[in-house]
Structure formats: C-alpha cells, structure tokens
Design a protein around this ligand. Structure first.
Ligand SMILES: *[C@@H]1O[C@H](CO)[C@@H](O)[C@H](O)[C@H]1NC(C)=O
Ligand SMILES: *[C@@H]1O[C@H](CO)[C@@H](O)[C@H](O)[C@H]1NC(C)=O
Ligand SMILES: *[C@@H]1O[C@H](CO)[C@@H](O)[C@H](O)[C@H]1NC(C)=O
Ligand SMILES: *[C@@H]1O[C@H](CO)[C@@H](O)[C@H](O)[C@H]1NC(C)=O
Ligand SMILES: *[C@@H]1O[C@H](CO)[C@@H](O)[C@H](O)[C@H]1NC(C)=O
Ligand SMILES: *[C@@H]1O[C@H](CO)[C@@H](O)[C@H](O)[C@H]1NC(C)=O
Length: 300
C-alpha cells in the first residue's frame, strides 16, 4: 500500500508543487516622501556630488564625480543591495561584479548623500567583468577598464532608496590605476552604451539625451531608462581627482556636469507562481523514476 503523498504523485504525474518561501521584504523600504525625481540632490542640501578620498593628501579635497544614479523610482526589488534579483543581480546583468576573488582592493572613498548619515564609506567597488562574472573582475583589476564605487541614499533623514555611483575607466594596475583621458565621462557612458546597445556621443550629450535598453541575469530581465541630468555636478575640472590628466584641454572638462539617472524596472522574473512560491513541475522523466522507485518498494 502506498502512503498517500506517493499515491498523489502516481495519480498526478505533472502536478506543480508549490514550496512556500518567505515573501521578499526589502530590508529598508524607501520613504513615502521621495522627491519625484527619485533621489535627493546632495548639492541642494549643501553637500557635494564629488566623493571624498581620505587617503589623498595632495592636492587635498579632490574627489571623484557621482555621475550615475539608480533612481528611487526604480522597482523596489532592484533597490535592495543583494542578489536574488536585487541590485547585485542588476549589476551582473550589466557585466559588472564584485572584487576579484572577494579581495578588498584599496581603501574606501566616502560620500555625503545628504540623507542624515553624513560622510559614509562606499558600499563596495564593482568592476567590469568582461562577460565572466566569476573571474572577469580579476582581469579588470590587472589590465584596467570600467569600474564604479557605490553608495545607498538610505540614511535616517533621506531614505530615498536611490543608489549613487562614481564611475570611471581606469588604466592598468602597473600604471597605478590612474583614470584614462576623459575617463569619468566615458566610464558613465560605456555603461549607458552597454545598456542601450548604442555608442553614446559623449562630447555631444545634452540634458535632452535619453536612452533605454534591457539586460538579463539569472532569469531576471531589467528594463532601464536613462536620462542625463544637469545641475548637480559642475561642468568643470576644479576639485576633480586626476583633473590635469583626465580633462581634454579646450574640448571637455574632467567632469562634463551630467549625471545619468537610471530608472530600472524588472520586466521578467524567474518562473514563480503568483503567490511568490517556487514551482517545480514534475516532468515525465521524473515521473518514470518516481514510479520505478515506488514500484520497487511495493514489490519488497
Ligand atoms: C570606513 O573605512 C575605514 C577604512 O577602511 C575604516 O577604518 C572605518 O572604520 C570605516 N567606517 C565605517 C563606519 O565603517
Ligand atoms: C554582457 O556580456 C555578454 C557576453 O560578452 C554580452 O553578450 C552582453 O551583451 C553584455 N551585456 C551588456 C548589458 O553589456
Ligand atoms: C561596453 O562596455 C565596454 C567596457 O566598459 C566598453 O569598452 C564598450 O565600448 C561599451 N559599449 C558601448 C556601446 O558603449
Ligand atoms: C558631435 O557634434 C559635432 C558637431 O555638431 C559632429 O561633427 C560630431 O560628429 C558629433 N560627434 C558625435 C560622436 O556624435
Ligand atoms: C561644459 O562646458 C563647456 C565649456 O567649458 C561647453 O562647451 C560644454 O557644452 C558644456 N557641457 C555640457 C554638457 O553642458
Ligand atoms: C584641479 O583642481 C584643483 C583644485 O582641487 C585646482 O586648483 C586646479 O586648477 C584644477 N586643475 C584644472 C586643470 O582644472
């Protein structure tokens, strides 16, 4: 005699089993009072869109531009700093991932996002992985390429959920990881270019420039709309790290003054049933195996 659950398996070979699992609750949900742009402009609150570099002593006070923002209007799941479809999965969908073999390379930069936390360390450094999430960032660390540091605007007085990125394209390790010519503006625009599949005309961008595109990883597909916004960063080289070597004299400042604001929505998720449970469908192969096992037991 079969125990009742096994009997069910035999009677309904293609049944979908729902394994319930806790609902996804974001760790820190954004305030109801998020400005309509989806972030608080630190400059309007008397702070800076340049990072602070604690280890730079000369010239003191030079920083790197926060030139990209994942807006707090994005899908709430994208704004959670984790895998499983969250921010880290989104970054990997753009071919960016964490440090080579989990090494913490170098010291953290700091930023004050006017969210009540004051100056805080970067959350992490994320590097272009050349299409290889496991080891590609090791290649980036050695031969250079695109990378960014990021901070969450999630402090007690300004929890918008927005994510601020300082992107730049760096030289190889042997050249001390300096930034390439026009490397802040290009680092930002290569990411937008990868999202949209278009070469971004960095020297001709205006605030009217918008781009969009999709990217996927582990069954999640993200649709990103990008708008270039002026008025937060100064169109200037003053106070910018490596400003003498990064600007193109007479052509473009080290920082062109534009911030790429990303609105990211999840348009596809790994297969799940409506109540958030994971479905496992027993196919015919599995059914055959199960019935053979059950059959063997009933013969014993
Ligand atoms: C920021 O990073 C510095 C250098 O690694 C570390 O000494 C400090 O404790 C960090 N601050 C916080 C609040 O984690
Ligand atoms: C990521 O890399 C893969 C493999 O090189 C490529 O097919 C894909 O288009 C890249 N995606 C983005 C968003 O750049
Ligand atoms: C995609 O990113 C890579 C690495 O940063 C860059 O070399 C390439 O030019 C980018 N593609 C576009 C279309 O911007
Ligand atoms: C930028 O604009 C100039 C003049 O309008 C044009 O000659 C040039 O081809 C443009 N560059 C790009 C990359 O679109
Ligand atoms: C930045 O300023 C320069 C002049 O210094 C100007 O040619 C350029 O168009 C400005 N860029 C933007 C994006 O406004
Ligand atoms: C770089 O920034 C410093 C201030 O930190 C400023 O004194 C210097 O003039 C800037 N250089 C250029 C080329 O803008």
């Amino acid at each position: 005699m079969l125990p009742p659950p096994l009997l069910l398996l035999v009677l309904f070979p293609s049944h979908s089993f729902a394994l319930s699992r806790p609902r996804w609750i974001p760790l820190r949900r954004a305030d109801a009072s998020i400005p309509k742009e989806g972030y608080i402009n630190p400059v309007a609150a008397g702070k800076s869109m340049l990072t602070r570099i604690p280890w730079e002593t000369y010239p003191a006070g030079q920083g790197e531009p926060l030139n990209m923002i994942v807006s707090g209007n994005s899908d709430a799941d994208v704004l959670v700093d984790q895998e499983d479809g969250g921010l880290q999965t989104y970054f990997t969908s753009l071919n960016f991932s964490g440090e080579c073999l989990n090494q913490q390379m170098g010291n953290p930069m700091q930023a004050d996002l006017a969210d009540g936390d004051g100056l805080k360390n970067q959350t992490a450094v994320i590097r272009y992985n050349y299409g290889d999430p496991a080891l590609g960032t090791c290649k980036e660390s050695i031969q250079g390429g695109n990378h960014f540091r990021y901070w969450l605007q999630d402090g007690p007085t300004g929890n918008t959920g927005a994510v601020f990125l300082a992107t730049s394209y760096e030289k190889p390790l042997v050249e001390n990881h300096d930034i390439v010519l026009n490397g802040y503006n290009l680092g930002r625009d290569y990411i937008v270019g990868n999202i949209s599949g278009t070469v971004i005309p960095t020297l001709n961008l205006t605030t009217a420039s918008t781009y969009e595109g999709s990217s996927s990883y582990k069954g999640y597909t993200y649709h990103t709309k990008v708008t270039y916004v002026a008025g937060m960063l100064s169109n200037s080289s003053i106070g910018v790290n490596h400003n003498e070597s990064v600007r193109i004299d007479g052509v473009v400042n080290a920082v062109d003054g534009l911030v790429a604001v990303l609105d990211v929505q999840i348009v596809e998720r790994p297969e799940k049933s409506d109540d958030g449970a994971i479905s496992i469908t027993l196919d015919w192969t599995m059914w055959t195996i199960m019935t053979t096992i059950v059959g063997a037991f009933t013969l014993l």
